[in-house]
Design a protein around this ligand. Sequence first.
Ligand SMILES: [Zn+2]
Length: 429
Amino acid sequence: MTRSNYMKKKSAALTLLGSVALIISIAASANVVEAKPGAASHEPDISHPKGTSPWPKYGERPDTDTPEVKAWVKSIDWSKVPKLPIRKTKSLGDPPECPKNDAPKSDCWWTCTGCYAPDDVIECPNKHDWGLTFDDGPQPGVTEDLLDLLQEKNVTATFFVTGMKSTKGHWLLNETLARGHHLASHTWSHSGLTTLTNEQIVGELMWTQKYVFDHTGYKVKYFRPPYGDVDNRVREIARQLGFKTVIWTKEWDTQDWQLEENTITPKKIEGIFSDDLKKLPTRTNGVITLQHDSDTKMVSMARTLLDMGMKEGMKPMNIAQCLNDKVGYNEVPTKAQKPTTVKNKNDKKPVTPATNAEQPIVKTDAEPSKANANNADNVDNADKDKESQSDSETITKQETSGSTPSTSYSVGLYAAGWTLAAIAASIAF
Ligand SMILES: [Zn+2]
């Protein structure tokens, strides 16, 4: 074969390859369009005008004047919900401002008094267990790298996702599950919940749960209030909707959220974590740390902290694992429907590209200024949930025997693409 013919054949093969890739890409994009809300849900089947998005808008608190929110609100026994004041905030979406005089102890307002309720999850019951949690994702371009890091370290984590971020990276929900991790809720719009009305709180929790459920088949059970902002009003609403409140272990906020704002250096974070690690021998229980996956700097920080903690004998795991909750959700799909993944980093299935739409700044959680209040008396051990244990496989186990129809379709297209590519290559070479 002359070099000229070789180049022509190579060029033709590459063109074929490109066409195949394009077809697959288009097909796959069509495949991962928004799941139809209500399709897989047990919620009322409420149709929406054609062409309108049924989901709350990105960056906005869900509208409470909708049939969905009204139905969820109706399901709550409001006589059991404490009538506490809606907390003041500089602007909606920010954490609340703490009053000059402490709020009544009976409010058990964590943000401003550091109070925990007996059923707040704040630590892992077993010494050395490390509840690894990442908030504020999914973030395309960041979450994937974190998933690769955790796979490399062979550990799983709980991802507290926001509903609005999920709308920009919904494929990452299934990818996170397929890599053996645990999904939980961080509300829809990342607002301080104590600053919202009862109906708004319901909307924040339920729309996020519904979004994750309709896209994955998993109904989340655990939720972390943004900024840790929770009081007994928020807790009771969450309880009645079937959620368990997760905060984090006092002083184990890694402060990685500040990396995004360049108000802290990685060295400083290492120092904080190193000081925490020195206290490990005196602890009788394990810890839950607070980390984030909204900025790429947080991923390299996670690598450093994982290495530091594991060197000291800490055992990273997700929250369901740390609580010995065998299911970890209020509802799970059947085994055959669980998502699968392509494990090799360079072998990813096609995904819908992230849009460049506006990305409002999402403020991250921080230890409250008064959270070091004397709350030890209110602290109970993390609630060990046994009520929903079943014979179901633990969610930490990598599932490879089945897939959701959409995932298998993507993987199938992907495999077909590479088969055609191989044929094209054999023609050329
Ligand atoms: Zn957050």
